[in-house]
Design a protein around this ligand. Structure first.
Ligand code: SOE
Length: 378
């Protein structure tokens, strides 16, 4: 695994738990974790339970005792490490967004397909039981024809102008800001739930254009200099409208300036027969409305997706016992291990990473042009 910060921890936890709660057809052995700072990566190896550590990812991806490489380093490192891992015949699990830009993402997909290795992109939210239930309800036609898809992904960790210039605020490292970091999740969920995008038109803002340069590192944002400032080169917020190929209308907002909203990832879908609503901050619940209900009893009902009949829920705790953010990573790792060991169907692959990147890029192009852009054009 390359990377050992926030996502490194989430992924390590998934590898540790997957064998305890699921029964993957592949044995997961946590061979090596890699990072540039030897003290930091050594500490992470000990704490997270990796057998060894490396400070040079090139050396790590060549190791013969490794079959599978997990990349959760910042986005500018994804392509180079992925291509090297693929060249060494390893399967690859990469964090989102897949790449810095669409061209790089396409190159990664083509390389993986040519080499015949298995590949995955970590769109973790697909793998929550309530989101799986939403997908089932839609696929069974219970919402009818889909008219509206509305997604918000709101955070507020940048609303303080003194929050320092972390890597997520630099275009050359992150690719984009709120757009690639969190709209990417909303785009993936929309594709998963209702299908492909047709055209988009967006707008964005960088509310704070300069921030204290980073002097230390901790959590999402780190600590900053009291004297020196640097330029923010990504969006703080991006919103866009969409038309889907199935005729549905979409609205998307991603912001890191939504005061009070910490990790507010929601979707609401309206169809000819009913509606559903989901909110990550209540991730075990799905609100559902069916028009066919008796008028006196009709209304949004709250389903707790914590029962053995709900996908993945039964692997955890007895009925009604909730799960959390970290569990989605266990589920995606489980599915990917099955895919590697038994060739079971799996998504999201790099293909889905590229499809997401197409939408991200079409939105940016629409902002540049001030006009709708067809996603097939990019
Ligand atoms: C930061 O905005 C972040 O950690 C994202 O990078 C993750 O993908 C999201 O799940 C939570 O917020």
């Amino acid at each position: 695994m390359v990377g050992y910060k926030f996502m490194g921890k989430a992924h390590s936890h998934a590898y540790k738990d997957v064998g305890m709660f699921f029964d993957p057809a592949a044995d997961v052995v946590m061979k090596a974790i890699c990072g540039r700072d030897e003290n930091g990566v050594k500490e992470a190896a000990d704490k997270f339970g990796w057998e060894s550590y490396e400070t040079d990812w090139r050396k790590m991806v060549e190791r013969e005792d490794i079959d599978f490489v997990d990349i959760n380093a910042p986005s500018d490192a994804h392509k180079e490490i992925t291509l090297a891992a693929i060249a060494a015949g390893k399967h690859v699990f990469c964090e989102k967004p897949l790449a810095l830009n669409l061209a790089d993402g396409r190159e990664m997909l083509a390389a993986a397909e040519k080499a015949g290795v298995k590949h995955a992109v970590c769109f973790n939210y697909r793998f929550l039981p309530a989101v799986q239930l939403a997908k089932q309800i839609i696929d069974e036609g219970r919402l009818g024809e889909i008219h509206h898809y509305r997604a918000t992904y709101l955070q507020d960790w940048l609303v303080d102008p003194n929050t320092p210039l972390a890597w997520r605020l630099k275009k050359e490292v992150a690719g984009s800001g709120a757009h690639g970091d969190i709209n990417a999740h909303s785009i993936d969920l929309a594709r998963f739930l209702i299908g492909e995008f047709d055209r988009v038109v967006g707008h964005n803002r960088t509310f704070v254009k300069e921030r204290p340069v980073l002097t230390g590192s901790s959590g999402l944002s780190g600590t900053g200099s009291e004297t020196e400032k640097g330029e923010v080169t990504v969006d703080d917020a991006t919103g866009f409208l969409a038309d889907f190929k199935n005729g549905a209308m979409g609205m998307f907002v991603a912001s890191r300036f939504a005061a009070g909203r910490k990790n507010h990832n929601t979707f609401e879908i309206h169809g000819s027969k009913g509606s559903i609503r989901w909110d990550l901050e209540k991730l075990n619940e799905l609100e559902v409305y069916f028009r066919e209900d008796e008028p006196n009893l009709a209304g949004f009902r709250r389903i707790m997706a914590t029962e053995p009949s709900h996908k993945y829920a039964g692997n955890w705790w007895p009925t009604g016992h909730i799960i959390g953010y970290e569990h989605a990573f266990v589920h995606i790792v489980y599915e990917f291990m099955q895919h590697i060991a038994t060739d079971s169907p799996f998504a999201p692959t790099f293909y889905d990473g590229v499809k997401c990147q197409e939408v991200l890029e079409a939105v940016d192009l629409s902002i540049e042009r001030g006009a709708w852009v067809s996603v097939d054009e990019v």
